[in-house]
Design a protein around this ligand. Structure first.
Ligand code: GCO
Length: 261
């Protein structure tokens, strides 16, 4: 069996929202496997700090600032990346946002904003990256889903709608593009130690206790726990995997949970 199943040398990986959090952790894993990283972000300050971090880790990384929900910006950025770095082999649709507001209180514009970033953005990105993948005979798309692709939770209804949609969009991308040797899959992170979850993770916060109880592994995930899933779905090892959402959740989706002691 080839020992290159997990080798990403000579692969160009574009990861949206790669300036921090889970995106940076997955990007580091992909870079450590040999990939050249193309990092999307929307903050020049965060990008500068992120590129310094990737350099400190001796990883090849290029930064591009653009809004994944703006098709004109996406088209221009992908054209620029293709000229300056090369054509994209792996797209990781990681950029996302969340607004924690009960549906009854949520403004329609806020609902639409979450859908735009978390669902329409990945569609726009994939639509414009897949063309060159088809031309060169293959590629990989990894959409970052969520526990909310499967479960609801108070106050994250827009996010759940978007991430549930992203799960099905992943399956439809797989359906339409697998014939071109493009594998489209998802990663569904459980609850991780990130900026996004910081407000609900503080010691003593009822949600923190809830997650520790609800997760069979009895802990929050460390972003580095996602590296393996990202490398697997970006590498030749997953060349016959299509439309699969790989949940990295410490067992949350495996169980109904246990009584709170
Ligand atoms: C929340 C959390 C979750 C996690 C992640 C779970 O408010 O419930 O932010 O949404 O971030 O998406 O998979």
């Amino acid at each position: 069996m080839s020992n290159n199943l997990f080798d990403l040398s000579n692969k160009i990986v574009l990861i949206t929202g790669g300036t921090h959090g889970l995106g940076m952790a997955m990007a580091k894993g992909l870079g450590e496997a040999g990939a050249t990283l193309v990092i999307n972000g929307h903050s020049a300050q965060k990008m500068e700090a992120a590129l310094a971090e990737y350099k400190k880790c001796s990883l090849k990384a290029h930064g591009y600032l653009f809004d994944v929900t703006n098709e004109i910006e996406v088209k221009a950025a992908i054209a620029k990346i293709t000229i300056e770095v090369g054509s994209i082999d792996v797209l990781v649709n990681n950029a996302g946002m969340i607004l924690r507001t009960p549906l009854l209180e949520m403004e329609v514009d806020d609902f639409k904003k979450v859908i735009d970033v978390d669902l329409v953005g990945p569609f726009i990105m994939a639509k414009h990256v897949v063309k060159s993948m088809i031309e060169k005979g293959g590629g990989k798309i990894i959409n970052i889903c969520s526990m909310m692709s499967e479960l609801g939770r108070d106050s994250v209804g827009a996010y759940a709608a978007a991430k549930g949609g992203l799960k099905m969009l992943t399956k439809n991308m797989a359906t339409e593009w697998a014939r071109y040797n493009i594998q489209t899959n998802g990663i569904g992170p459980g609850y991780f130690e990130t900026e996004q979850t910081a407000p609900i993770r503080v010691d003593g916060h009822p949600f923190n206790d809830f997650i520790i109880n609800r997760t069979p592994a009895a802990k929050w995930g460390n972003p580095n726990d996602l590296k393996g899933a990202a490398v697997f779905l970006a590498a030749p090892a997953s060349d016959f995997v299509n439309g699969h959402i790989l949940y990295v959740d410490g067992g949350i989706l495996a169980t109904i949970g246990k009584p709170i002691e």
